[in-house]
Design a protein around this ligand. Structure first.
Ligand SMILES: [Zn+2]
Ligand SMILES: [Zn+2]
Length: 80
């Protein structure tokens, strides 16, 4: 049974698929849509059916108003 990669839309064959969050991805497609970092299956977030690393997910889609609370765990000073 062949699944389809939700990122590129092409078939994902057994042996090359990376299954995460109920979907099959190509190894090269399972990366953060924001920072392009390679993701570990089952250890990343997803938004709008696209994979994101938890860092980008929290920065883009995390609960508003909590930024000050969680900011101490982020050492990325690239914002703005
Ligand atoms: Zn793909
Ligand atoms: Zn990211």
């Amino acid at each position: 049974m062949v699944g389809y990669c939700p990122i590129c839309g092409k078939p994902v064959y057994f042996g090359e698929k990376k299954r995460s969050l109920g979907r099959d991805y190509h190894p090269l497609c399972l990366k953060c849509q924001e920072c392009k970092r390679q993701l570990t299956p089952g250890q990343h977030a997803e938004h709008d059916e696209k994979p994101y690393c938890t860092h980008c997910y929290m920065r883009n889609f995390g609960p508003r108003g909590n930024r000050r609370v969680v900011s101490h765990s982020y050492h990325n000073t690239a914002s703005t």
